[in-house]
Write a protein that binds this ligand. Sequence first.
Ligand code: PMP
Length: 454
Amino acid sequence: MKENSLVTDDLVARDLAHVWHPCTQMKDHEQFPIIPIARGQGVWLEDFDGNKYIDAISSWWVNIFGHANQTIGAAIAKQTQQLEHVLLAGFSHQPIIHLSEQLVEITPEPLQKCFYADNGSSAVEVSLKMSFHYWKNIGKPKKKKFVTLQNSYHGETLGALSVGDVALYKDTYKSLLLDVITVPGADSYNMEPGEQTEDYVLRMFTYMEETLSEHHEEISAVIVEPLVQCAGSMRMYDAKYLTLLRAACDKYNVHLIADEIAVGFGRTGTMFACEPANISPDFMCLSKGLTGGYLPLSVVLTTNQIYDAFYDDYETMRGFLHSHSYTGNPLACAAALATLSIFHNRDTIQRNKNLIQRIKENGQRFENHPNIGQVRQTGMIFAVEMVEDKAAKTPHPWQQRRGLKAYKHALSKHILLRPLGNVLYFMPPYIIEPEQIDLVLEVMEEAVNVAVAN
Ligand code: PMP
């Protein structure tokens, strides 16, 4: 044990000497140390001292079938012997062809073409550029504005950040960003007491309807995270909003971009979050779970109609000349194919129904908690929002960092949670056992109690 602790101390010191960690005020690590992880297995992560942690947030929502998954690992290993990489301009390979066929098969029917990138933000950039470029190609260059919902999140690169609305990430860079139109959504947290969901959604949709009606001639696309605004504190809204939005985008000749980077691949209970609304977007962005959390890969699916507007003689300069070096990397595609095979073979969506139910039953323990303003769940995403006053939903001042207290407590109980401000959420790998769900929710309740105590 002692020896191992020395290993940890050494790694921590060397890490802090040279590694600048994402989404982190590095000075925080003077207070609590970074945790080097030695290995992972299933839902478990293990550090160099032999401490194990349940990865209750799927390592930022990517690891959907657990760590050290045999099927995905073996598929990547096999692919390394065949072809590790080839540029995708002018060349192709079997994994990307198979993967594109399968993605087209499992997404809504109008989506027929796949454009690849290597992370979520880049996929969002692709969808924004493609939308604008489509309108330009068909002679409508004035359509260049993007509409986004309040509290949305679409990534950190400048275009993606522009269409996001989380102040914590955006405000500092505002002067660098695109001018977008931000509209209130139908966040269930803001519903009036006693109001029916349908009435609320209709009421909130009027903001979008008005915006589109007034500005559609200059609007290129509306971008949304279907059903759950994940980085925006796991705020949730009803599928009816998406149905209305699709109809309005059609009416006003505006593209709909569905950013399913976090919610795709079974996270909300169906394979894709657009399904309960029975809609097909003009662009669907996918990443994260696509490779089971093994390798970075993202894709934008779109329609033949959009593709055709770029298809012309080279000299017309209508082509989409966007690229990333690792576009369509064969190893990442092999990981994605293995991930899809697990969905298929194990009937994951069906099996998750029991887990979803288990989370629901267990999560009821928070309903009457005096410091929980809302308990919310959409499929395999569960969240509780800590508040100072339940009736008024008064938030705890952010400076008190109550989420951090919850994080530390959960870690001491071997559960990895990473709260978003005052919101604790549970977004586990789909291979989690029912008893592990019970354990995580029990610790989550303890963590809330610790965090709200003065
Ligand atoms: N869109 C959504 C909805 C996301 O949740 C994220 C990542 N959290 C992104 C885009 C950006 O993806 P990446 O971090 O891979 O750039």
